[in-house]
Design a protein around this ligand. Structure first.
Ligand SMILES: Cc1ncc(COP(=O)(O)O)c(C=O)c1O
Length: 446
């Protein structure tokens, strides 16, 4: 690819429609291709050899920095020993080891790990497990799911249905039996640093959904502890605890989608730690392998696992008929184990906590610049909300994102927001540089 790339040049490739690009505004890309040919540490290298600060850790996944030699070596070693092992009916040592290590760092009750290959597959898996769990418990009518407006759970059938970002759903129709809680973005919280206060009343909407559908028909509530893709919507301080209490009251499973919030992004090891609420299932992906090899996971408590895996079952019986060819792929496991070593040995939780005030300051010092209507942050995540132009909320974030890239900063634009999640390994100089680019592009924005 590298040689071909040099032969053809960026625009030669970029205009080829053979590659159907995911979530990409293709005309804008063709006009102004943004090509990345390398990465090191906290920086991408563009095709024209510029250093681009990675303001979103790739897509929230490379939190420990790019091209970590420890992960590359572990992957290389694994490829020479066992390139693939059948996921069904057979095991290999590193998948057991990885599950064990994940349960050691996860909140205490989450003792079992089901491996997937992405965040979207983790959404499907956890939601299927929820339905099957109630069926196993003799309550087969508990099939409906509750998501949240502005939520994002990937793009498979379940995630599309439970997500609450209109643009991701409206082309695809009604794909699952789903309803939604209101989002937690309150106008009065604009420019709050960290968690806003209160928020029980937002969780209390679950009571209305229970009145509407009846708890006997509801399998699970799925939320991101902090909405990432909708632009870092930080849960108010009392919200998640109230949601947990209501799920307990009505016998509804609570699933945290921690695909973004896992592995120290919000300052605790998981969002569950940062916000002090433990779900029944926790979905992971992204930073699980530091983004190097696709991998996801669903962690469950004993109650759920025990509903499917029981010592009384005959030897040939499969308790949970679900799994992927690449569940627990040995090469992904090698990457994840090496990433976990980095997570622990380099004290990523401590790093995130030390750097978080600097990211907070970098973003909140932008208050007062044109068109910024809100600034939000928690841990090493943050977002700017941008005023619409001519009633179109998408145009300014797009222009800002494109201009940031031209100035040496990669950020994600999504809806009416710009989103930030720099590598936890970044320095104060990196953040200062990011702040300077942002000031420059906002001051010249129409
Ligand atoms: C909270 C959340 N869940 C699920 C997903 C989907 O993950 P993937 O793109 O790996 O399928 C994402 C991706 O951004 C996410 O942020």
């Amino acid at each position: 690819m590298a040689e071909l790339f040099h032969e053809t040049g960026a625009s030669g490739w970029a205009n080829s429609s053979a590659y159907w690009m995911p979530y990409t505004a293709r005309n804008g890309f063709n006009r102004d291709p943004r090509m990345i040919k390398g990465a090191r540490g906290c920086y991408f290298i563009s095709d024209d050899d510029r250093q681009i600060f990675d303001g979103l850790s790739g897509l929230w996944c490379c939190g420990f920095g790019h091209n970590r030699a420890e992960i590359a070596e572990a992957v290389n070693r694994q490829l020479q020993v066992l390139d693939y092992s059948p996921a069904f009916q057979y095991g290999h040592p590193s998948v057991f080891k990885l599950a064990d290590r994940l349960t050691q760092i996860a909140p205490a009750s989450l003792n079992h790990v089901f491996f997937t290959n992405s965040g979207s597959e983790s959404a499907d898996t956890s939601l299927k497990l929820a339905r099957a769990y109630w069926r196993m418990r003799g309550q087969p009518s508990k099939t409906r799911y509750i998501g949240r407006i502005k939520g994002y759970h990937g793009v498979n059938f379940a995630g599309t249905s439970l997500g609450g970002i209109g643009a991701n759903r409206r082309l695809f129709g009604h794909l699952a039996d789903a309803d939604h809680l209101p989002h937690t973005l309150r106008v009065e919280d604009a420019f709050t640093r960290g968690q806003p206060q209160g928020g029980e009343e937002l969780a209390d909407h679950l009571e209305q959904l229970v009145m509407l559908h009846d708890a006997s028909n509801i399998a699970a509530v799925i939320v991101e502890p902090m909405s990432g893709s909708a632009g870092v919507i930080v849960p108010p301080s009392a919200y998640l605890a109230r949601l947990r209490a209501l799920c307990d009251k009505h016998d509804i499973l609570l699933i945290f989608d921690e695909v973004i919030t896992g592995f120290a992004r919000t300052g605790g090891a998981f969002g569950a730690d940062t916000f002090g609420v433990i779900p029944d299932m926790m979905n992971l992906a992204k930073a699980l392998t530091n983004g190097v090899i696709p991998m996801g996971a669903v962690l469950t408590n004993d109650e759920i696992y025990d509903a499917f895996v029981d010592e009384q079952q005959p030897d040939h019986m499969i308790g949970m008929p679900h799994g992927y060819t690449y569940s627990g792929h040995p090469v992904a496991c090698a990457a994840a184990l090496a990433a976990l070593d980095i997570f622990e040995q380099d004290d990523m939780v401590g790093r995130a906590q030390r750097m978080a005030p600097l990211l907070e300051e970098t973003l909140h010092q932008l208050k007062g610049l044109p068109y910024i209507t809100d600034i939000r942050n928690v841990g090493m995540a943050g977002a700017l909300q941008i005023a619409p132009r001519d009633a179109d909320p998408l145009v300014r974030p797009y222009e800002l994102g494109v201009r940031c890239f031209a100035e040496g900063l990669y950020v994600r634009w999504g809806g009416d927001t710009l989103q930030f999640a720099p590598p936890l390994t970044c320095t104060s100089n990196d953040l200062e540089r990011m702040g300077d680019v942002l000031k420059k592009v906002f001051r010249t924005l129409k």
